[in-house]
Design a binder for this molecule. Sequence first.
Ligand code: PLP
Length: 406
Amino acid sequence: MKSFNKSHKLDNVCYDIRGPVMDEANRMIAQGEKILKLNIGNPAPFGFRAPDAIIRAMSDNLTSTEGYSDSKGLLPARQAIADYCVNVKHIAGVTPDDIYTGNGVSELITMSMQSLLDSGDEVLVPAPDYPLWTASVTLAGGKAVHYICDESADWYPDVDDIRSKITPRTKGLVIINPNNPTGALYPRELLEEIAQIARENGIIVYSDEIYDRLVMDGLEHTSISAIAPDIFSVTFNGLSKSHLIAGYRCGWMTLCGEKSHVRGYIEGLNLLSSMRLCSNAPAQSLIPTALENADTSKELLAPGGRIYEQRELIYNAINDIPGMSAVKPKAAFYIFPKMDIRKFNITDDEKFVLDFLREKKILLTHGGGFHWETPDHFRIVYLPQLDELKYAADSLRDFLADYRQN
Ligand code: PLP
């Protein structure tokens, strides 16, 4: 019989969020064990509910969204996004024509890279990254070149490292702001430096801003597209996180700034967008309501709110464990702690996560899953309620008290 293997296109596509740790978790679950999953940013299983107005907006539109929409999306949805970009994010000149809705940001990340890259073209991607970016660059035939985000500088991108990694093949530069997995939020001056690098080298900036409405401590998110209208940039945003509807698959991508030199690229995007006909139309139909209530998660992020208090707990608890430290996240719901690998003799971060899973039945993601090379980090999703988070932190303390890798 003819046997089938995966396509060679996938040979170098690394998406470590799957792999042996997930396999083991699934095996344990199949055997009836209960696992505390701190490995994925999916709010609904932790009791977060979408606002009623959002659900109503979609259900009211179910009968009018039975057909395919325009491939870029329903006009009222794209108009609402354009208004949000111009009036709230201060990105000049955005019109509905600059917007593509997608089945989540995920689909659009892949589409943006497929249209851009030829074999061997390079894209600068942060380390640590949200791994879909690296995987999408690779799947599109490109090479992801990782630049360092510096833990000792609040996890900000190291601009000297970015500069040193630009080559004649570099086409794009990805920033994730606010950041997953570190929770960092980039200040305006840093964004200006990054924009300047893009300007000098004629490269496209891709700014993943899906957490822009999940910022704490009275800080504000600045979009790089707002401060650099003379360069071409693409922003990514959606409702999975801010409106707690990850399962509805609702995201968008906005083409910003100067476009005279990217007509061919946009032609490619239009082609790919129409090849998938359109994104989920009922989910698009709730976008105007969602963006009228863009601050819907504000209460969760203020002192006394769930996300804020959960961040305080996990941040303090981690820094209290001998041999562990973490930078305080300013946004989103992730923390990326550091382990003293000499103290614990850790040489394999994936093994650490696997050992912890087997002993404590708690699922984390190892730093390597985010293209962080040294085996000294892991990510915690701090979405669970305080008592569960405290249990997780206590378990980690207990586990590390005598954990040593051979
Ligand atoms: N970008 C970042 C930085 C993310 O963390 C995620 C999901 O966790 C996504 C994009 C994908 O989001 P979506 O649900 O819109 O596909």
